[in-house]
Design a protein around this ligand. Structure first.
Ligand code: ADP
Length: 262
């Protein structure tokens, strides 16, 4: 018996890092998973279904059920195609995890409009585009769970992340407001604020420096630990809780902030 037996989840940006950890754990807990990832280049602009397919292969090899999807989350067509594939495959969607993302860290005074637009588009608009069709379906079909990914950068601030922090603060606002609108329809909405060692965080200059020196990383949460918290949010374990934020390894990220300001 898995904690998510019979459930269907869409997980975006699940070809790597946290999304892949969520997908593998959910698959092992009996959930059917649509593994989305645009793949390719590190900025998500490459357009290859390869990373998503690899995660699908792992889930299937472990006895689970999953399907790969390579659409871009940041367009309405992409969000719709992700939803359509899920419905065509399994006829329903119980859980949506908006996890896809990119980083374009730069100080505000040197930052470019192009990076501002791109980061806002992938994170904030991407969350909108993927949630829109799923939301309508959940309203019409007795509810579900939506988890949006925010960040300490959006809630507390972090050096060099004005674009990312603005996008993440926007997602936090969207999450709170969606939770209020969703209550009536049985849709629970959570915010996940993870601090994990992944491909994305290891791109941060301070992390790279530490890695090169062979030092330990300052963030304590590993993707598998964060995935356990995600499982709690998306299963009956969390009862009827909604509109809440899970801060995993927040202390680690605060520590990173202090280190980077020195
Ligand atoms: P994290 O630290 O959040 O786990 P990763 O870079 O490991 O960061 O994972 C984020 C994933 O999101 C990547 O696999 C990337 O390809 C994916 N991604 C980025 N932009 C998009 C997009 N527009 N559509 C779908 N997936 C995307």
């Amino acid at each position: 018996m898995g904690l998510l037996d019979g459930k269907v989840a869409i997980i975006t940006g699940a070809g790597n890092g946290l999304g892949a950890a969520y997908a593998r754990l959910f698959g092992a807990e009996g959930c059917k998973v649509l593994v989305n990832d645009l793949g390719g280049a590190r900025d998500g602009s490459g357009g290859s279904i390869g990373p998503a397919q690899e995660v699908v292969n792992d889930i299937v090899a472990a006895g689970g059920e999953a399907v790969a999807n390579g659409n871009d989350v940041s367009t309405m067509d992409g969000g719709q195609a992700i939803f359509d594939q899920c419905i065509a495959q399994w006829g329903k969607v119980d859980i949506l995890i908006n996890n896809a993302g990119i980083l374009r860290d730069e100080t505000f005074h040197k930052g470019t409009e192009a990076n501002w637009d791109l980061v806002l588009k992938v994170h904030l608009k991407g969350t909108y585009c993927c949630t829109k069709p799923v939301w309508q379906w959940m309203r019409d079909n007795g509810g579900g769970i939506v988890v949006n990914t925010t960040s300490t950068s959006g809630l507390m601030g972090n050096f060099g992340q004005t674009n990312y922090g603005a996008a993440k603060a926007g997602i936090a606002g969207l999450t709170r407001n969606l939770a209020i609108e969703g209550r009536k329809y049985g849709i629970r909405v959570w915010g996940m604020s993870p601090g994990a060692l992944t491909r994305m965080t290891s791109d941060l200059p301070r992390y790279r420096e530490l890695a090169e020196k062979g030092d330990e990383f300052p963030v304590t949460g590993q993707p598998d630990t964060i995935a356990q918290a995600m499982l709690y949010m998306c299963s009956d374990l969390s009862g009827d809780q909604t509109g809440k934020f899970m801060h995993v390894a927040r202390q680690g990220v605060a520590e990173l902030k202090v280190m980077r300001s020195k």
